[in-house]
Design a protein around this ligand. Sequence first.
Ligand SMILES: *Cc1c(COP(=O)(O)O)cnc(C)c1O
Length: 378
Amino acid sequence: MQFRDLQKQYQKLKPEIDKEIQQVLTTGNFISGKQVNELEEQLAAYVGIKHCITCANGTDALTLAFMVWNIGQGDAVFVPDFTFFASGETPAYEGATPVFVDVEEDTFNLSPESLEQAIIEVKKEGHLRPRVIVAVDLFGQPADYTQIRKIADKYGLLILEDGAQGFGGRIGEQRACSFGDISTTSFFPAKPLGCYGDGGAVFTDNDEWAELLRSYRIHGKGADKYDNVRIGMNSRLDTIQAAVLNVKLRAFQEYELADINCVAERYMQLLAGLVKTPYIKEHFYSSWAQYSILLKSEKERNGLQTYLKENGIPSMIYYPKPMSRQGAFQGMDCKKVALPVTEDLCKRVLALPLHPYMEKEEQDRVVDAIQKYKMLQK
Ligand SMILES: *Cc1c(COP(=O)(O)O)cnc(C)c1O
């Protein structure tokens, strides 16, 4: 059994993907081919945002946003304690201080209460300027942007939506990657919309920022590539990856997103009462980057992972360690508030196999194994 079955997806899309890749090979426009522009237009239309700027990966997408906002030394960037390393790594790389904020127990997303507490604490200390809130759409569910926006407005902060796992999710009719002042996503193969290597994108409605993003991603270009008006980076999306994504985005819209929601819904029904299943807020729609259950204790979680492995079922722990405990952030003054929820989640969380091409029989095997494990424990 595969955790996320990318081979099965390829088998289904093979004729179209092979044809599109072949076309790039034939024309030889490996960098900035027309497929890149086409993809950017499609993505912007899908998300409902004026500008989409693709780049080399989701980490660069975050970095590009920080560059546009001139985030650096002396700035505080508020980041959830429960997320992938890049969310906190990128502001630190720019010289800013990531200040970790606890998450909600049920959605695993940024806690508005903890956020406000952290902002107040930073202002009280007076060493750092509060600048940006990084809100992560963890495991596919958008963060609570109504609450987060209120806090951002109250304290004059910018919102950076890290939608690396959130592409395809929505709140009501508004899609993920449209909630931030700038929003980003990743096309790493296992993300909700993935390519065949690294890839990423930045979204914004702001014309000025969009122009800066287009410049920063190609060596700070001015009128052309050999007119360099600022220090930038080399962070383009390859034409081949754009060609793959053009095919995959169609499948994503036509059936993949709906199908993965069916699989997740079926897990909800079959696992109810057995383990704590993920909680999706009312009017929120997840793109299910992960299906993460909670066990009662670290012992029960680790035991279940071992038991599943013995039965040929892969599972993953996202994330085993709070950001604030990562060695890289030690000595950086990142901890301003207590982070008990993240501490607890890291011990009890377990992600189960999930993808749009998952068969009922495979899913039944996962559920059966969890049932048996729970019985053995009694
Ligand atoms: C995957 C991920 C990233 C980084 O994306 P890459 O394309 O791997 O660089 C950033 N933030 C979150 C929350 C992620 O899950």
